[in-house]
Design a protein around this ligand. Structure first.
Ligand code: WTA
Length: 660
């Protein structure tokens, strides 16, 4: 187990990879342009976004631009509020004349011999048909539609079809369990679920329809009228409920190809996406239409320096925000060729990513540090027999990238030819916030570098005082940007509490960061009880509540610990009920239990039996101590004298030594 040591971080701060002059020459944005545009965007946001808002098509042009308040009594965020538009026509119709026959999506199947290309014209036709299919099933403007799909073209069709008719999509990652899916369906009250018979990933099938069936047995779900099932594998054993289930193909057979795009207000919600926080159940983050589309398309073009006809591959699943903004809405709004891959980076073997790059002549590759670290573990094997000469730019997202992984990505995948954009952002921010621009920014491995246009970043101490210059602090954003989430679905109060109360008048990111002498940001990770496991956000409270729902568990405390591949692993301390036996079988059973309750991504890496947990006299678990023990840092546990029973710490250390 090794994290990014401070020594490594220090050394890397001295490593600078300057912008390559030949790259800067042809890039959209060079250093002078970055400085000029960034200045403008901060000094005069209204003027800046008035101009750049025009990069997308509006049905009714906006006259107002920015109307936002971070006042914690009345957070109210509106952009382009009197403009109207449709997100799907921005991704499709606007390209039909100029690039109708150009590829919109290259789909690469789980098996290397399966692929498919879809042109803008074809995608438009499919979306119109499916939009009509949704209407035929009673879906109306403003309804919420849950999408629980594998990585197939039809999942993009489903999202854009919702957007076309003004329905709000809520995509749920296909790796979530029936119970997690049920919770999200209940929260957003959707009447329609779109799914597939099964998904295919890394050579295994995922029983999506069976999971939906199980989710819908939840007693609190009464809203669901229809389940639309796309046939991916054709497994005939999939159960069928005649009054509720309909086949995607049957609906498409009769659906008309003509479907005018619904005129939406800029502030109408485009989608809901659930994400974990430090407390409570996952939040339905709501994004609206106008500002989101402007920002997603603009960041996609400038951060990836995207040029016409380039093949761009974002490896994220559509179940995450990265899939929404940088596989679907950003690239398609820009008329890009967007590659989507059904499988995983190391199936059938570790050369798969490089193979796909060569096969489809990928120019831009955007992936997660966890995938890079997994490949790096194989040395040079992941590039064997490939040349990757088409690659021009690399990107990462989701978690801090350690300099070692950065350098492997840079040297082995990109052969020192391709700049790397390390992009920091969040589900709530809608788009990339801190990032290099490849023609402008000298790179420092491990740093997300500088804010994007319109992003007013700052550091504050724990009392909310602004800190200037080179320093460590809490990362906040002091003014709104167009793609900012507008609310938590059904709970604006929670939105305000979560993001605007900690530091009054500022958006609190929940991340810590360091700013160096050059003004570069180095994200140090979450400062709250949120874990980042393989780039996936997970609330410790969520995992704890799953654990204590097991009959043998009295109490559980979850912390993260440094993990070579996942960045953070999940470490669970469990206090058992009287009479329950601390056996290896029970350990396995509890791991399975969490997988079943939340999904495989929440599966604990380590379960440690803890007859007692370190608590203060008022009963608060001291996670700081648990984190240290999980990381085997037995020294420097800090002051333990305030604990109700300090001796539990020694017991926990003994037990930890036993299992590590
Ligand atoms: C972390 C993913 C360091 C961060 C787009 C953030 C990062 C959380 C980076 C959001 C990065 C994301 N460097 N940390 N480049 N990108 N993070 O909502 O802790 O799934 O708050 O959005 O991931 O995760 P989310």
């Amino acid at each position: 187990m090794s994290g990014v040591s401070s020594e490594q971080a220090f050394k890397s701060e001295e490593q600078v990879v300057p912008v390559k002059p030949e790259f800067a020459k042809s890039a959209w944005i060079d250093e002078a342009k970055y400085k000029e545009m960034y200045q403008q965007s901060i000094i005069n946001p209204d003027g800046f976004w008035r101009e750049h808002g025009q990069r997308i098509d509006w049905m009714t042009p906006y006259s107002k631009v920015k109307n936002t308040s971070f006042d914690d009594h009345n957070v109210d965020i509106r952009w382009f509020e009197d403009g109207t538009l449709n997100a799907s026509s921005n991704c499709l119709d606007r390209h039909l004349e100029t690039r109708g026959d150009q590829t919109a999506i290259i789909w690469e199947g789980d098996e290397p011999d399966q692929d498919r290309t879809v042109t803008y014209k074809e995608l438009h036709r499919e979306v119109c048909k499916f939009a009509n299919a949704l209407k035929s099933q009673g879906v109306r403007k403003g309804d919420v539609v849950t999408i629980y799909m594998p990585m197939v073209v039809e999942s993009v069709v489903a999202m854009l079809a919702c957007a076309r008719i003004g329905a709000i999509h809520a995509v749920v990652f296909g790796g979530f369990s029936p119970e997690a899916l049920a919770g999200r369906i209940i929260d957003c009250d959707s009447k329609i679920i779109i799914t597939a018979d099964e998904g295919v990933r890394g050579g295994k099938t995922v029983p999506l329809k069976a999971n939906v069936d199980e989710a819908l047995t939840h007693p609190d779900i009464r809203s669901v009228e229809r389940v639309i099932v796309y046939e991916r594998t054709g497994n005939t054993a999939v159960a069928w409920h005649t009054h509720r289930d309909v086949r995607w193909d049957d609906l498409m057979k009769t659906a008309s190809e003509h479907c005018p795009a619904e005129e939406m207000n800029a502030e109408d919600p485009l989608f809901i996406l659930y994400t974990s926080g430090s407390t409570g159940k996952p939040k339905g983050v709501v994004h609206s239409t106008g500002g989101y589309m402007v920002y997603a398309s603009m960041t996609h073009e400038y951060v990836f320096d995207y040029k016409d006809n380039e093949v761009y591959w974002c490896t994220a699943d559509i179940g995450w925000i990265t899939g929404h903004s940088y596989l679907v809405y950003g690239p398609l709004a820009n008329g890009a060729v967007s590659l989507m891959c059904e499988g995983v980076p190391n199936y059938p073997d570790s050369t798969r990513v490089s193979q796909i790059v060569d096969k489809h002549h990928v120019n831009i590759l955007y992936t997660a540090p966890t995938a890079i670290r997994a490949l790096m573990a194989e040395g040079d094997a992941p590039v064997a027999g490939t040349n990757r000469s088409s690659l021009r730019l690399l990107g990462t997202v989701g978690e801090p990238i350690n300099p070692e992984a950065w350098n492997w990505y840079y040297q082995t995948i990109g052969e020192e030819r391709c700049p790397i954009v390390d992009t920091w952002w969040q589900t709530e921010t809608g788009g990339i916030m801190i990032t290099p621009l490849p023609g402008a920014t000298d790179l420092k491995p491990g740093s997300a570098t500088r804010p994007f246009f319109g992003v007013n970043t700052a550091l504050v101490d724990n009392s909310g005082n602004l800190i200037e210059g080179a320093a460590d602090g809490n990362l906040v954003i002091i003014d709104s940007w167009p793609a900012q989430s507008r609310t938590v679905y059904g709970d604006h109060h929670r939105f305000i509490q979560t993001y605007f109360k900690t530091f009054k008048g500022m958006y609190c990111t929940g991340d810590g960061a360091r700013r160096d002498e050059d003004g570069y940001y180095w994200i140090t990770g979450r400062v709250d009880d949120v874990l980042n496991v393989s780039g996936h956000r997970m609330g410790t409270a969520e995992i704890e509540s799953a654990m204590v729902a097991h009959k043998d568990v009295a109490e559980a405390a979850v912390v993260g610990f440094p993990h070579d591949v996942k960045g953070q692993g999940i470490y669970v301390y469990v206090t058992l009920n009287q009479g329950a036996e601390a056996s290896e079988e029970l350990r396995m059973e509890l791991k399975k239990w969490v997988r079943k309750t939340i999904g495989p991504i929440a599966s604990p890496d380590v379960i440690q039996w803890a007859p007692g947990l370190p608590k203060t006299r008022s009963g608060k678990i001291m996670r700081r101590i648990l984190r240290k023990i999980a990381a085997a840092e037995y020294d420097g546990l800090g002051d333990t004298s305030t604990l109700a029973d300090p001796s539990v710490v020694d017991d926990l250390i003994e037990e930890h030594k036993g299992i590590s």
